[in-house]
Design a protein around this ligand. Structure first.
Ligand code: SF4
Ligand code: SF4
Length: 383
């Protein structure tokens, strides 16, 4: 397993985490098998939003004796009705009850991340972040030792940007995949399934959506960890008949997601032990199996000129990790922070090592001006 920092928290998290939604209605033995296979393979980050008591207890039983090995991400703002159906709530009494119920069923005193759940609309954001709202409740629970870090989950850019700017939110859970990255920031994710979506996307020449990419960069710059959900776009990207002409394998999807700025871990949903092994198999997949660049570059969407951080342009005779240098140049364009500088200084070859041979540009499927990007990075970090 590979581990990355969970942003400014400094915690080490496995780059392959796990979303547990898909084991929600599985028998207890299956829940136990999936959870333990993941833990045994080094997965240490688990998102558990489901409010139903059955699945919470099953996961709590599965992780008994292993709590110290893993990080749990609980959600505040979701609850279950009498027939155990999920609903979103901002009722503070119910919110607190459900977090306490989570801790009890997980046999733990604390959750590592407490996520303000599913905040897509601006009026909902205002409700949650107002004095005395759900954020204040989460902060009180953090003070009481019931949560170590505060997070927020969202599918939309405007509320996410606001949350990142607060300085209070350490972790952002956000959908990251090449299909959603084509959407305009303020577009709901269901847009991909609407009849005229592809037409609208094709007409927009400013692809990929700059606002989503700006969000990832802002997260990296501010040390806000991105927990990437929906790396497969709910399976849409596996369908060869989807209207983009872009069909990817799970490993290509995971590689795209993990290559974007600010991403600490990706949490694919796993329903079976085989799903867990397939996701973790990313770590042993060959570069050719992970390479998404040619498939993405062939789509009808317009990616030209935009670095997708795929490293299809390697090898570089100067030993430059072109994707890493470009990613840091992009994130640094919002302002160079100490942690960005530290990452840049840690690279064995820098932008200034570029001898302008241009072989990378012949290989790049996205017609990126790599030489200019290397110079941009050198100007930002090597002054
Ligand atoms: S320059 Fe092109 S090939 Fe290289 S990482 Fe960026 S998009 Fe990929
Ligand atoms: S142009 Fe620069 S970055 Fe590209 S391969 Fe040559 S030395 Fe490496």
């Amino acid at each position: 397993m590979e581990y990355r920092k969970l942003g400014r928290t400094g915690e080490n998290v496995s780059i392959i985490g796990m979303g547990t939604e898909h084991i929600w209605h599985e028998p207890e033995a299956a829940v136990d098998a999936v959870m333990n296979e993941a833990i045994d393979l080094g997965v240490n980050f688990f998102d558990v939003f489901m409010p139903s008591p059955g699945i919470r207890s099953a996961i709590g039983t599965a992780i008994k004796g292993k709590r110290h090995k893993i990080m749990l991400q609980a959600h505040i703002g979701c609850a279950a009705n009498q027939t155990e159906e999920y609903y979103r709530t901002r009722d503070l009494k119910i919110c607190e009850e459900y977090v306490n119920d989570f801790l009890k069923r997980m046999n733990t005193d604390y959750t590592d991340v407490l996520m303000l759940h599913f905040i897509d609309e601006m009026d909902d954001y205002d409700l949650v972040f107002r004095p005395g709202g759900m954020l204040d409740l989460a902060l009180r629970m953090k003070k009481e030792g019931k949560a170590r870090y505060i997070g927020m989950s969202s599918h939309r850019v405007p509320t996410s940007v606001k949350a990142v700017d607060t300085g209070v939110v350490d972790v952002l859970m956000f959908p990251v995949n090449p299909a959603f990255d084509m959407l305009l920031g303020d577009t709901v994710i269901d847009a991909l399934w609407q009849e005229d979506a592809y037409k609208n996307l094709e007409e927009n020449k400013n692809m990929p959506s700059s606002s989503r990419r700006e969000l990832y960069r802002a997260c990296e710059k501010n040390g806000v960890a991105v927990v990437a959900m929906k790396p497969y776009a709910a399976g849409w990207l596996f369908n060869p008949n989807n209207p983009s002409g872009m069909a990817l394998t799970p490993h290509q999807c995971l590689h795209y997601t993990l290559s974007q700025p600010g991403i600490s871990t990706v949490v694919p949903g796993c329903k079976t032990v085989d799903h867990v092994r397939q996701a973790v198999g990313y770590l042993t997949a060959s570069q050719a199996q992970k390479d998404f660049s040619e498939t993405v570059g062939r789509t009808k969407w317009n990616f030209k000129g935009t670095c997708m951080y795929c490293n299809h342009c390697l090898p570089c005779p100067s030993g430059i990790d072109i994707a890493a240098v470009t990613r840091l140049a992009d994130s640094g364009s919002l302002g160079v922070t100490d942690s960005l500088k530290e990452s840049y200084n840690g690279l064995s070859s820098k932008g200034s090592d570029c001898c302008q041979c241009s072989t990378c540009m012949e290989r790049c499927p996205f017609e990126v001006n790599v030489i200019a990007n290397m110079a941009r990075a050198a100007a930002l970090y090597e002054k």
